[in-house]
Design a protein around this ligand. Structure first.
Ligand code: PRX
Length: 658
């Protein structure tokens, strides 16, 4: 590590932790800074006129069929229109134009399956596959504006499906494969999807794992909108077949024509819906449109990761079922003509060095993952990554939850060879793309802080009354001005959009996160201030899990809290009161965990379910989750003086001891 750039030396091992202070900073090396895509002057330019800055990015990074005439129309706030009058095709921008520009032989995707099978798609090949899929979907009756549910593992067909939808103007709604049949059905119903694209299954920890059975179960009850199910053959396991409804991908797509003309769509044409957990039971269908989403996605991907598409190999480990997989696997890398790695499986299959083996094999230079994964790798031990050549790595990204300084330092030292800048990126399903992140060639990075707004983005930390907090103080994270990749609403529920994001503070977007400005004015994210939990970077709603629990006949009442967890950030802990006639035995906990798995999905299963006689409530009947969180985190419960019945905490403590 170089001392010359004002960079402090980090010593190895335990001493490191003691050295950690907020004032540690790691400036980019001179060489990195000199070759960086984004230079310091970008901030002044962007902040002088944000819509003009984004208009410039949109023109430079995207190819438009019809030029837009206005960067931003905010007259119907909080419903934004970006790049008014412009038309473009997302799939053309991600694929065809690169082929037309002579990049057809560049690798778009290196795919590595969990069992070790590999596939490589050049831009020319991926373009052909997407054209075929677009033809196949159209011949199944899918037209512009129709919704397509996508329930696929991390295989290239996921990207192909999304881009084929975008090409014809159909709106994809990807549902994470870890969600249950019930959760899939409610998302299919809400969006009234016409087509479902799935696979027979995938592989998990060396074994085939089914997927299509959940689609069958989801569509079992009558009254749904789905006409066809297209099934990718992935693991070859036997599946049920519904004649007339089900089609094999290899029949429908492989036989389709490879000629397909991309029609231009309006900049504000819907691109996708992605469901995410909110503070109420029902997941929200976050709606994103085309031009603004693509412009900010492409810009941030280039700027935050310092992408040099001719030489970099980029790898984002996120599943396609989350927004990170949408923006930074399917869209931005391909819009930018990058070469990326896509991996199907788990990091410990067949061994705990699998990720690092892949980095070595593909010479990955930009890696983007979540703190929970980094903490898991830390637990496995640094001798595992030490076995592989990680010298290709030059930028490391983090997303999804706050990264603790210790994990940040480990990531930089062990994976980044003490030289790769760490870019901690704060954003949300709703924001569509990065909002707070250092620029790796400009910002001196600071362990644990996402630091500064992305150029062209106006974020702030405000107090209860919406006044900006001074440096050194905490408050609520807000966005002060519209941004191109912002959500355009909640599918079918414009009022909920206004209530959730625009009613807390006047003229500001309320993100739902707590944040602090440190003495330098750098922003630290402090976690959610609402009833949303963050488990392994996955967003879960306490209310949704509570509703799942009380839908079981044995449960009278339930309260769920997110308890701090060393590896997963937060873990789900549930307190339940059983109905009088329900047997309180060992099995009830397993039964209830499985019930949550069925209602929502395995990711939502509580780590712990505690059966209690009462729940702590205020006189107005509100559950005091703060006290339950104390118990879940193994602390003495705090001030209980506002409880309606002040013996409740004692009753709970006694019952848990017993
Ligand atoms: O609480 C913040 C946390 O994840 C939430 C958004 O979750 P989701 O919509 O699922 O998107 C995750 C991937 C973008 C935020 O409200 N979050 C996301 N990134 C960070 C973060 N918290 C701290 N630091 C981050 N870098």
């Amino acid at each position: 590590m170089s001392e010359a750039n004002g960079v402090q030396s980090a010593t190895q091992g335990d001493a490191l932790e003691n050295l950690l202070q907020e004032n540690r900073k790691f400036a980019p090396s001179e060489e990195f800074a000199a070759n960086a895509v984004v230079q310091a002057n970008v901030y002044a330019e962007a902040n002088a006129d944000r819509p003009a800055f984004w208009a410039k990015q949109a023109r430079e990074l995207l190819t438009w069929d019809e030029n837009f005439t206005q960067a931003l129309d905010w007259s119907d706030a909080p419903f934004a229109k970006w790049f008014v009058g412009g038309t473009l095709n997302a799939a053309y921008n991600a694929l065809d134009r690169h082929v037309e520009n002579g990049l057809g032989d560049r690798v778009a995707i290196y795919f590595e399956g969990e069992p070790g099978d590999t596939r490589t798609y050049t831009y020319a090949q991926l373009t052909e596959e997407v054209k075929k899929a677009a033809n196949a979907f159209e011949s199944l009756g899918v037209a512009k504006g129709d919704r397509v549910a996508v329930y696929l593992p991390m295989i290239p067909e996921a990207v192909i499906t999304m881009l084929a939808c975008a090409r014809i103007g159909a709106i994809h709604s990807v549902v994470f494969g870890g969600f249950s049949a019930d959760a899939l059905r409610s998302r299919i119903d809400d969006a009234e999807a016409k087509l479902v694209v799935t696979a027979d299954g995938t592989y998990r920890r060396g074994k085939p794992s089914p997927l299509k059975n959940a689609v069958d179960a989801a569509l079992e009850a009558e009254g749904h909108s789905v006409a066809n199910v297209v099934v990718v053959k992935r693991n070859g396991e036997p599946i049920d077949w519904h004649e007339g409804r089900d089609q094999w991908w290899h029949d429908a797509v492989e036989s389709a024509s490879a000629e397909h003309t991309p029609v231009p769509h309006d900049a504000e044409h819907p691109l996708f819906i992605l469901y995410t957990s909110g503070t109420t039971g029902k997941p929200k269908g976050i709606l994103h449109t085309t031009g603004g989403f693509l412009a900010q996605s492409a810009f941030t991907h280039k700027a935050t990761f310092d992408l040099h598409p001719e030489t970099d190999v980029y790898w984002c480990t996120a599943d396609i079922g989350w927004v990170t997989g949408h923006t930074y696997v399917t869209y931005a890398p391909l819009i930018n003509g990058a070469t990326q790695l896509m991996y199907e499986g788990t990091p410990d299959s067949p061994h705990q060095g699998r990720w690092w083996e892949l980095v070595e094999k593909y010479k990955v230079s930009i890696m983007y993952t979540a703190p929970t994964a980094i903490r898991t790798m830390m637990k496995w031990g640094e001798d595992i990554p030490a076995k592989y050549d990680l010298s290709s790595i030059r930028v490391l990204g983090s997303v999804g939850e706050p990264i603790n300084p210790e994990a940040w330092m480990w990531y930089r030292r062990v994976i980044g060879g003490d030289k790769a800048p760490i870019v901690d990126t704060w954003w949300q399903t709703e924001t569509g793309a990065h909002m707070i992140a250092p620029m790796p060639g400009v910002t001196a990075t600071k362990p644990g802080s996402a630091q500064v707004a992305v150029p062209g983005i106006a974020v702030d930390v405000v107090d209860e009354l919406g006044q900006p907090v001074p440096n050194g103080h905490g408050g609520y994270l807000v966005v002060r001005e519209p941004w191109p990749a912002m959500l355009r609403g909640i599918w079918g529920d414009p009022e909920r959009y206004k209530d959730t994001y625009w009613s807390r503070f006047e003229n500001m977007y309320f993100a739902g996160d707590g944040a602090k400005k440190d003495d330098d004015g750098d922003i630290w994210l402090l976690g959610r201030v609402d009833d949303v939990m963050n488990v392994s970077g996955h967003r879960l709603s306490t209310t949704e899990i509570e509703s799942a629990l009380v839908s079981h006949p044995s449960v009278a009442e339930a309260a769920v809290v997110g308890a701090a967890d060393e590896t997963t950030g937060e873990a789900v802990v549930a307190f339940v009161i059983l109905r009088g006639n329900a047997a309180q035995d060992e099995e009830i906990v397993t039964t209830l965990r499985n019930h949550v798995g069925k209602e929502i999905g395995p990711i939502a299963k509580p780590r712990q379910i505690l059966v209690v006689p009462e729940l702590p409530k205020t006189r107005s009947g509100k559950i005091m989750r703060r006290l339950l969180k104390d118990i879940a985190e193994g602390r003495e419960a705090g001030d209980a003086s506002t409880l309606a019945d002040n013996t409740v905490m004692q009753q709970i403590a006694t019952s848990l001891k017993g």
